[in-house]
Design a binder for this molecule. Structure first.
Ligand code: HEM
Length: 188
């Protein structure tokens, strides 16, 4: 019974953690774009984004990660034999990358607050897709376990990354066109 409780809260922690990670980097995108606004909009917007980023990271994202990891430890102590499974080793490698991403986002919050962030809004849009790829990999491993078809999964993930790059480029072009049109309309 304890195992099921741990698993349920493991899943709840994951949802909270990912909601935080996805929203956080979206806020970074808006924060960087606000930097290009004229004053006083620039100061008002960037200060507001700083507050939102810190609160989201400290009150939602990091607690979500903590619940996920603590519940995972609960799962492993209840069923220590799972530790021998190959799928779990792959999953832990992906979780390590995700945790590194989490703390890197924490560093980006500080860099943005100190105006030292070198990422463009377009690059941040790409960065925001990193947890999506990790999520797909981890969930497939957790659900299929040792019966996961590796070749198909790798091909599927590569296809997904290509599709994301194409979509991000497409929307970048669209945004560029829209801003050129609205500038031309203002000048008329
Ligand atoms: C801290 C590292 C983690 C460890 C040690 C861990 C370990 C485990 C274990 C032992 C199970 C139970 C497997 C079963 O009973 O079938 C499980 C379930 C699951 N985990 Fe994790 N996990 C970790 C992080 C994550 C993360 C970050 C995600 C999502 C991105 C995730 C997604 C899942 C899912 C979806 C299940 C349910 C699988 C099922 O019931 O079919 N885990 N995890």
């Amino acid at each position: 019974m304890a195992y099921l409780w741990y698993k349920a809260f493991h899943l709840i922690g994951i949802v909270v953690w990912f909601a935080g990670l996805f929203y956080l980097v979206r806020l970074f995108v808006y924060h960087v774009e606000a930097d290009a606004q004229p004053e006083p909009a620039r100061t008002i917007l960037t200060q507001q984004y700083q507050i939102m980023e810190k609160r989201l990271y400290n009150l939602i994202t990091t607690p979500g990660m903590a619940v996920t990891v603590v519940m995972a430890i609960g799962l492993l102590t209840t069923e220590p034999d799972v530790l021998k499974s190959g799928w779990l080793h792959f999953k832990l490698a992906l979780v390590a990358v995700l945790i590194a991403y989490h703390f890197y986002c924490g560093r980006l919050i500080k860099q943005l607050a100190e105006n030292r962030c070198n990422w463009s809004s377009q690059q941040l849009r790409g960065l925001n897709e990193v947890p999506t790829v990790i999520l797909v990999g981890i969930v497939l491993l957790a659900v299929f376990k040792q019966s996961l078809p590796i070749d198909t999964t790798i091909l599927g993930i590569i296809g997904m990354i290509i599709a994301m790059v194409v979509i991000i480029q497409f929307y970048a072009k669209k945004r560029q066109e829209n801003s050129t049109t609205s500038l031309a309309q203002k000048q008329q």
